[in-house]
Write a protein that binds this ligand. Structure first.
Ligand SMILES: NC(=O)c1ccc[n+]([C@@H]2O[C@H](COP(=O)([O-])OP(=O)(O)OC[C@H]3O[C@@H](n4cnc5c(N)ncnc54)[C@H](O)[C@@H]3O)[C@@H](O)[C@H]2O)c1
Ligand SMILES: [Zn+2]
Length: 298
């Protein structure tokens, strides 16, 4: 696989021969480990290429994910924004399926982040879906997130599975981190979250990730398309993004280790999180894509 392919300027797209393209992916590859350009997307691109797909990447190279350093992708790519309908209208014809990884990630800083999350994640998805419809592209794999479930699963010995109330300041100050039963106030036991758990997005990011799913679901109903939303847990592996408010906890742990600091686990350290290796996430994306060129109306 060649590294450092030149990026394609938008004015070159018309003559670049995209008609035989089989997969189109909205995130980029990073050839430099640990700088984190398009972390998941880069591995999906590697996997799809290894599986024989022809891959084109689109990424806006957000500075919060990429910093301002140079960037050397390993796959054919376009630097552009998924909210750019004109650009998508030029890229999508001939594409069989879209793997939509592009998003503003992490839990952000404060509510001033909300417009940017909504714009990149939800307006971006809406523009993409409209452009896919216009181009007759009917297959979408969406990078979903387990954040749509909110709190984990909690069970009271007396009242069964319950939705815990927010933890009180007094409990937290006393080092009592487990949420209590909303009916009897007793401590709850945590359990594994099933796929059919109630949806309960509790952050701006989570709300925008869930809205992406609803938008995609409405698109599929309206145009007969098919969408798979893969709700990733904390993803780890090579090329994790930098440690910023716009990265996941695995990146924060990795950056601490790189600095020679111990990863900081908050509270009593007894909370549980699921972690998935990025190559497993890439494999899941590859499995969700149609095996043959059947994803387009033409
Ligand atoms: N990393 C995780 O632990 C994790 C967990 C659950 C879900 N996800 C989802 O997986 C996907 C990929 O996340 P990641 O960890 O690779 O993050 P990342 O920040 O490394 O990659 C996201 C990419 O999207 C690009 N992007 C953002 N807005 C864009 C826009 N408007 N147009 C074009 N490109 C844009 C960014 O420049 C970045 O390269 C995201 O949708 C994220 O919500 C990630
Ligand atoms: Zn109870």
């Amino acid at each position: 696989m060649s590294r450092a392919r030149p990026s394609i300027r938008c004015d070159e797209l018309r003559t670049s021969g995209y008609a035989s393209r089989r997969a189109y992916l909205t995130s980029v590859d990073a050839s430099v480990d640990h700088r984190g350009a398009g972390f998941v997307g880069s591995h999906v691109a590697d996997r799809l290429t290894a599986d024989g797909h022809e891959v084109l990447l689109l990424d806006a190279l957000l500075p919060q994910a990429h910093g301002t350093d140079g960037w050397a992708p390993a796959h054919e790519h376009v630097v552009g924004d998924v909210r750019d309908a004109d650009l998508l209208a030029r890229l999508l014809p001939g594409v069989d399926a879209v793997c939509h990884q592009a998003a503003m990630v992490g839990h952000g800083v404060d509510p001033s982040d909300a417009p940017a999350y909504a714009a990149h994640n939800d307006l971006g998805t809406a523009v993409l879906l409209a452009a896919m419809h216009a181009a007759g592209v009917l297959r979408l794999v969406l990078a979903g997130s387990m954040v749509v479930y909110g709190e984990g699963r909690y069970e009271c010995a007396e009242h069964g599975v319950v939705r815990p109330l927010p933890r009180t300041t007094a409990d937290l100050a006393a080092g009592l981190f487990e949420p209590r039963c909303p009916r009897c106030g007793q401590a709850l036991a945590s359990g594994l979250v099933g796929e059919d758990a109630p949806l309960d997005p509790r952050s701006t990011y989570a709300a925008t990730k869930l809205a992406q799913e609803h938008l995609a679901s409405a698109w599929a109903r309206q145009c007969g398309g098919r969408v798979w939303s893969l709700r990733y847990h904390n993803v780890y592996g090579p090329r994790m993004p930098r440690d910023t408010p716009y990265a996941g906890v695995a990146s924060i742990f990795r950056s601490a280790l790189e600095r020679g600091d111990p990863p900081q686990v908050l509270e009593d350290g007894r909370q549980r999180r699921d972690f998935v290796h990025v190559t497993d996430v890439a494999a899941a994306n590859a499995l969700a894509l149609p095996p043959t060129s059947t994803g387009s109306r033409r």
